[in-house]
Design a protein around this ligand. Sequence first.
Ligand code: NAD
Length: 469
Amino acid sequence: MTTQYNMTIGGAAHATADFFEVENPANGSIVGRAPNASLVDLDAAVAAAQAGFESWSKTTDEERAATLGQLAEKLGEHSEELAALITQEQGKPLNGVGSRFEMGGVGAWTGYTASLSLPMKVLQDNNEGKVEMFRKPVGVVGSITPWNWPVLIATWHMMPAIRTGNTVVIKPSPYTPLSTLRMVEIMNEVLPAGVVNVVTSDDQGDNIGAAMAAHEGIRKIVFTGSCDTGAKVMMSSAETMKRLTLEMGGNDAGIVLPDVDPEAIAEGLFWGGFINMGQTCAAMKRLYVHEDVYDGVCDALVNYTKNIPMGDGMDEGSVMGPIANKMQFDKLKGLVEDAKTKGRVLLGGEAGDGLFYPPTIIADLNNGDPLVDQEQFGPALPIIKFSDLDEVIDQANASENGLGGSVWSKDIDKAKEIASRMECGSVWINKHGAIQPNAPFGGVKKSGLGVEFGEEGLQEYTDIQVVFS
Ligand code: NAD
């Protein structure tokens, strides 16, 4: 019997007539059935969130901090169950930097967000008067999430929203709806009715997402996904003047300087490029290596990568899993086939069974080649040789995206100087993609608008009100 999951609206299971099936990318089996929401269901979710806002927005800061603590605990109790669901619908292994790691992030971010606070600030207090600045919740927040880190990204959206007194309607990706449906159901064991509501739909063209962006009852959209969809969200939300946080695609460059020890950085390069089978916004998607260490870095990376076990994510021994869906698999395959005509395949390069695609490393590519210029969002890393530092910084910056970047060197001061010249929101030195809850994360250029995490991320869920007395 296929398990049927329910939307939670106003604290209760919400029935729909229509359901859709969610496939396990490791073997094509059906993981479960998710509700196919209509626009009427969306209206019901927004109305429930508006009703929930009446009382939730009046709770004290301490009450909300305590509630987030309870949520961290409750989700922690269901960690193994949610990890298994993520693995089955998304493909990433339980182990490695997989679904158990993702659930660890849920606890870390929820706990840290609980500890943050945005107290009133006195801007002036003198003979001429007092000026106080308050941060108020905006209202109903619409969260739209992608399929790569479904529960962690849902956490990044929902926890700061409710921490600051807002209520939420979340819509996960049609590829990975089940873990979010279950997560919201669990959260509702702790939360008052209407604080967090979930709608799911199999509509790829995305009626529900687009309707959320245009909805009169939603005051802010927090969106994580592709650049094209983010631009659509921005347009749809213009008329209602919504607040927006948009976390979108990246094409992160890594720059390896001539002073590195190739063996010592191989593991870091591997995880930088291949975390979550490369299906990570801030994964390293282009690797520029100085000619003096080019062959050594290529060899060390290939030697490290070729021993990584790949298989069904539910097997405890798997460290890499399948590509999450056919759409992404086809895109990756097309980019690799083209790259094979332009560069030198060092590892992989041939699709495996079903949606499995082995880690692929292709050397001797250049800017202008599609695997270098486009976001592959999969396990195929292009390597580009360079000789001149100024030129390579220009090449790294020659992208519409500006999410992350990395510099690899023993000379940290030199690496920081290069970091300052890179056009991106985060730069890592001798690692790539290591985000943490106390450091604001976001993209420049077409990679996004606003930041998540830390106090700066929390502020994005509030409106400022200044009182002059
Ligand atoms: P996507 O843009 O296809 O979908 C994201 C979400 O938007 C889904 O829930 C989808 O149903 C919904 N959607 C689709 N059309 C919509 C519309 N017109 N209006 C509103 N919502 C709509 O992205 P994806 O394929 O799920 O995710 C992969 C992309 O996400 C990659 O580009 C990746 O870099 C990016 N990403 C960015 C970050 C970040 O923090 N910057 C994190 C993870 C993923």
